[in-house]
Each structure stands twice: as structure tokens, then as C-alpha cells.
Design a protein around this ligand. Structure first.
Ligand SMILES: Cc1ncc(COP(=O)(O)O)c(C=O)c1O
Length: 378
């Protein structure tokens, strides 16, 4: 039995009647951009994520970059980012000419460590991007308190956290703004690229609406009056309609992920690995189930021999990417992030895993017992 990391074909099949109907509706409407599907999705996602407003854009990357611009972050400004995250968080900062400044993550949560923010702050610090990595909410209360005290803007990266909750609250209205990705493999995924920005500040969202559409003032789109330097970054009608369908099923699919995560936490508890943190005040969306293993590559190969596909999020720390190396404010050491890059391994946790999870546990047991035996021989 093969266990794929994520089965996006099954994700389509389960909702095929609803998705096909949405497709026919949009195709028949003759309207493919800026129509009623986008407007309806924006309203529905704002409500779902607990924010006042939402603007759809072309990707999660654009949601971050346009969100930073809408907040007034300028070239040369410094933006604090976690040392361990997708490189895309750092790239979005660099894309607008700002400088990503790493803040070491916590060894237990793998998320930005609020205690380390102050040491990274300089006169040029304008914003911080907490990332809800792997679906687990960052510790927003101390981050927001620190940011308020020092006049630092807070844009969260929730690309992996649709449906996650902190102290029972959804994440979309926390801080100044929140960036989301609808990349197909996300918990709420489109069938192409997509993203959005949510916020409790309607003026900020209106600015993103202008920036995503060449800087055209809203209501004057037909006139094409560019009031600021915008880009073309649209969430189209088809993807909006598909996302509306999938949003209706998101909580149920997240519940399947949660059940698998609990199953793993229990079944893998005695193995010589690090398990992800799971506590009540942070309700993770379980976008990834990430274990830590000393012999990561050996265990990964052994799992593959048992037919279990795994991924690594991420094998190279953001600051080690050649494109970013020369753009960083100062060389800094991030030993926790470097250790994580060597040790993290993502197990399948998608909503269509089904009985595959038993196979994952069996294979992990076999791989790690063999690993321990190998360790004793050397
Ligand atoms: C943490 C994080 N930030 C940003 C992005 C960028 O999103 P997108 O692929 O939609 O541009 C992703 C994922 O793809 C991500 O996982």
C-alpha cells in the first residue's frame, strides 16, 4: 500500500458535484474577473476568519507583499521575520525592497519567540510577521503587546493556518492584517494560485484592492485612473467559486486532520522522536504534522521503502538561500532554525489519508526501531 503525502485528486472527487456546478455557473456567467463570486467569497472568508474585511489577491506571496505596502512599509525598512519559516515569508519582504531581519524561533513551538523580538528591534524596524507555521497559531498576545508598545506593525502570515484558533478566536482579525494563501495543497486550497488579506481596518483592505488592480481607485476601474503604483494580482471568479465550495467543508476537513494528529501523538509517543506541541489554547489547523528526528534522512528513506511519502518543511533555512544572503541586515546565528532544518520531517496528515495513517505508524515504528539498532552498532 502506497501512502501519498497528500491526495488532491481525492479532495476534488469528494466535492466533485458541488465544484462542477460552480464551474458551470461561472463559465455560463461570462464574467471571469471581479464579479459576484469574488465579492461573495471575500465576505464569507472575512466572516469565517473573524475579520471585518477581506481582499482576494493572486497568491499568498502577493498578500504578504501588498499587505506590507498597504501598511506603509517602505524600501529600506526592517521587517522582523521568524528564523524558521517558508523562505516565501522572507522573499515577500525583500520583494518590496524592505529588509528581512530574522528572529530566532522557540525550540518548543518552532514559532517566532516573543522574548527575542526586542533584541532584534532597531530604529528602522517597521513591522513584524509572525508566521502560524504548520497551522499552529503564534503566541500573538505578547507579540501584539510588544508591537503596540513600540509602534511596530503586525502582519501575520497565516498561509498554513486556515481554521486555526487562538484562545478560541479565529486569526483573521488579529494585529493589523493577516495574509493567507490558497495554494492548492493548503487546508483551504484553490485549483491554482490564490490568496487574500484580511483585516479589521477597511481602509487598509481598500488600499490592497487598489494595489492589486494597477493602483486604480475603486469605482473608477473602468476609467483606469492609476492613483498609486499597483500591480496585477487577482483572485479570479472560478477560483473564488471553488473556494466558496471548499470553505463550506473546511471545518470538517480540519477535524479529520486533528483526529489524525491526535492518533499520531498517541501512537508515536514511545518512539525516539520529537513530537509537535499540542496544547489547548492553540488550536492548530494541522496543516503539517512535523516530527523531529536525529537521523532524518535515514528515517525518511526507510519510510519511503515502506511506501510512505514524506516531505521536509524546510531543508534550507530562509537566511541560507543565495538570493537572500546579500540582502540581510547583519549576519546572525540561528542555531535553533539550523537544527530544525536538519531534523524536521512532515508525515502525511491530509483529510483523505484514511487508513493510510495506520500504515504511517507501522512504518515509523519499523524505521525508528531499525534506526536505533543501527545507532547501537556504531
Ligand atoms: C508560510 C508561507 N508563507 C507564504 C506562502 C506563499 O503562498 P503562495 O504559494 O500562495 O504564494 C506559503 C506557501 O505557499 C507559506 O507556506
Amino acid at each position: 500500500m502506497k501512502v501519498p503525502f497528500l491526495d488532491l485528486g481525492a479532495a476534488y472527487e469528494e466535492l466533485a458535484p458541488e465544484l462542477d456546478a460552480a464551474y458551470r455557473e461561472v463559465m455560463g456567467s461570462g464574467r471571469f474577473l471581479f464579479g459576484e463570486q469574488l465579492a461573495a467569497f471575500e465576505a464569507e472568508y472575512a466572516a469565517y476568519s473573524g475579520a471585518r474585511d477581506c481582499a482576494g489577491v493572486g497568491s499568498g506571496f502577493d498578500a504578504l507583499a501588498l499587505g506590507l505596502r498597504a501598511l506603509g512599509v517602505e524600501p529600506g525598512d526592517e521587517v522582523l521575520v521568524p528564523s524558521h519559516t517558508s523562505v516565501m515569508t522572507w522573499l515577500a519582504v525583500a520583494a518590496i525592497g524592505a529588509v528581512p531581519v530574522g528572529v530566532e524561533v522557540s525550540e518548543t513551538t518552532y514559532l517566532i519567540d516573543p522574548e527575542r523580538l526586542e533584541a532584534a528591534r532597531t530604529a528602522r524596524t517597521r513591522a513584524v510577521i509572525p508566521v502560524h507555521l504548520y497551522g499552529r497559531p503564534a503566541e500573538m498576545a505578547p507579540i501584539l503587546a510588544w508591537a503596540r508598545e513600540h509602534g511596530v506593525l503586525v502582519l501575520s502570515d497565516a498561509a498554513q493556518a486556515h481554521g486555526a484558533r487562538l484562545e478560541g478566536r479565529p486569526l483573521g482579525g488579529l494585529g493589523d492584517a493577516v495574509a493567507w494563501s490558497f495554494y492548492p495543497s493548503k487546508n483551504l486550497g484553490a485549483f491554482a494560485d490564490g490568496g487574500c488579506l484580511t483585516s479589521d481596518d477597511p481602509d487598509l483592505v481598500a488600499r490592497v484592492r487598489r494595489l492589486r488592480n494597477y493602483g486604480f481607485a475603486e469605482g473608477q476601474a473602468a476609467d483606469g485612473v492609476a492613483t498609486e503604483l499597483g500591480v496585477n494580482s487577482r483572485l479570479d471568479e472560478l477560483q473564488s467559486a471553488f473556494l466558496r465550495v471548499r470553505l463550506r467543508h473546511l471545518d470538517e476537513w480540519n477535524a479529520r486532520r486533528r483526529a489524525t494528529a491526535r492518533f499520531y501523538l498517541d501512537a508515536l509517543a514511545d518512539l525516539p522522536i520529537g513530537l509537535p506541541p499540542a496544547d489547548d489554547h492553540c488550536e492548530s489547523a494541522w496543516h503539517q504534522f512535523v516530527i523531529r528526528v536525529a537521523d532524518r534522512d535515514g528515517v525518511r528513506a526507510a519510510l519511503a521503502e515502506h511506501g510512505v511519502e514524506t516531505l521536509i518543511h524546510y531543508p534550507l533555512s530562509p537566511f541560507a538561500h543565495p538570493a537572500l544572503r546579500d540582502r540581510l541586515a547583519a549576519p546572525a546565528a540561528f542555531p535553533v532554525a539550523e537544527r530544525l532544518a536538519d531534523e524536521v520531517l512532515s508525515l502525511p496528515v491530509g483529510p483523505h489519508l484514511g487508513e493510510g495513517r495506520d500504515r504511517v505508524v507501522e512504518a515509523a515504528g519499523a524505521a525508528l526501531t531499525l534506526g536505533a539498532w543501527r545507532g547501537r552498532q556504531t
